[in-house]
Write a protein that binds this ligand. Structure first.
Ligand code: PLP
Length: 387
């Protein structure tokens, strides 16, 4: 439904009424295989690791929402990132943002590097650092914006321009953006020149904390072919059951994201005015150093807020007192989730790695849910009174 608005595409793209029954939801095609009338004569489906109608519906939908040409779903966000780097060969080089989800460098350094693929970590908010890190063998720049959990913003268009310059000089180099934090509702990296968009669909796209998943959105036939081949060869695809959950989640993405942001903004403002909170990281606050850039490339500021409590003990004391907010890993669900990055998402970085990116033991990250804002603020008020 090109030409239609975001919400219309979220509800309709990839999921017309079922031609057999008129059902308004795409059925869960729970079938590993498909009958053939004679050898090689089938209706487009042979085996579900290769293709499945429920998965295809979701893939078409997500490609539309991100403005890509195809999408390819995997069993988790990490499986999608693993699929992304299987495009490379021994000797190829990847530049990764230094301040991304901790599982990403863990995968790169502790598994993929064993195959002779080289990784450099740079602060991608500093374009000069990115330029300096590029080698003739660099095949990918992988960024996350805003970063997890410090909410730093990388200029997507500027990094895409660097890639385009190199491509004009004959180098095969792509920009991939982990868009998990913003969802396509608030940020569409392909519009700024990104080549590949990645999501943990576990978060806002699913939105209900009831299924893991990941997606790679492509913009070229070469990447489409490559990602389909990985799905077929490694089999880390999303099951039709989970595809159904994401399809259902995506239908309400726009309304959920609006409410997530209302609550995120209310919480960030409240924390910014709290006498015992020395620092709040939220791109929607005018005092955020990259507020103007955030306004340029995002149509909203999202639901993720990080704040400083001063120490691990303080963070723990606050988390223990929460009653409405749920303490736990993950983000992007309808419920407000509060996490402790140093011991959860970024534990794998180690103390030194966390110090390098400025992640302290006192930091607490909130993923604002869509509950009533006043209940969330009341809960935070009573929890922070311990400081
Ligand atoms: N990217 C980001 C930004 C994340 O926050 C996460 C998980 O927290 C991932 C990737 C990994 O996704 P998954 O947990 O679905 O494997």
């Amino acid at each position: 439904m090109s030409g239609h608005g975001f919400s219309t595409r979220a509800i309709h793209d990839g999921q017309p009424a079922d031609p057999l029954t008129g059902a308004v939801n795409v059925p869960i095609y729970a079938s590993s295989t498909y009958a053939q009338e004679e050898i090689g004569k089938h209706r487009g489906y042979e085996y579900s690791r290769v293709s499945n109608p429920t998965r295809e519906a979701l893939e078409e939908n997500l490609a539309s929402l991100e403005g890509g040409t195809s999408a390819h779903v995997f069993s988790s966000g990490m499986a999608a990132i693993a699929a992304l780097v299987t495009m490379f060969k021994t000797g190829d080089h990847v530049i990764c943002g230094s301040n991304v989800y901790g599982g990403t460098p863990r995968l790169f350094d502790q598994i993929i590097a064993h195959y002779g693929i080289l990784f450099s970590y740079v602060d991608t908010t500093d374009l000069e650092q990115v330029r300096q890190a590029i080698k003739p063998t660099t095949r990918l720049i992988h960024i996350e914006t805003p970063t997890n959990p410090l909410m730093q913003i990388t200029d997507i268009r500027a990094i895409a321009d660097i890639c385009h310059e190199r491509r004009a000089a004959g180098q095969a180099i792509d920009l991939s953006v982990d868009n998990t934090f913003m969802s396509p509702y608030f940020q569409r990296p392909i519009e700024f020149g990104a080549d590949i968009v990645m999501h943990s669909t576990t978060k806002f796209l699913n939105g209900h904390s009831d299924g893991l998943g990941g997606v790679l959105v492509a913009t070229t036939p070469e990447h489409k072919e490559s990602f389909e081949f990985v799905q077929k060869c490694t089999g880390g695809i999303l099951s039709p059951f989970e595809c159904f959950l994401v399809l259902r989640g995506v239908k309400t993405l726009a309304v959920r994201m609006k409410q997530h942001e209302v609550n995120g903004y209310a919480i960030a403002n409240y924390l910014a005015g709290h006498a015992k909170v020395p620092q709040v990281y939220y791109p929607g606050l005018p005092q955020h150093p990259q507020h103007a850039l955030a306004q340029r490339q995002m149509s909203g500021f999202g639901a993720l807020i990080t704040f400083e409590t001063g120490s691990l003990d303080n963070a723990n004391a606050v988390l223990r007192r929460l009653r409405v907010c749920t303490v736990g890993e993950s983000l992007g669900g309808v419920e407000t989730l509060v996490s402790h990055p140093a011991t959860m998402t970024h534990a794998a970085l180690g103390e030194e790695g966390r110090a390098r990116i400025g992640l302290t033991d006192g930091m607490v990250r909130i993923s604002a849910g869509i509950e009533d804002a006043e209940d969330l603020l009341e809960d935070l008020e009573q929890a922070l009174s311990v400081l």
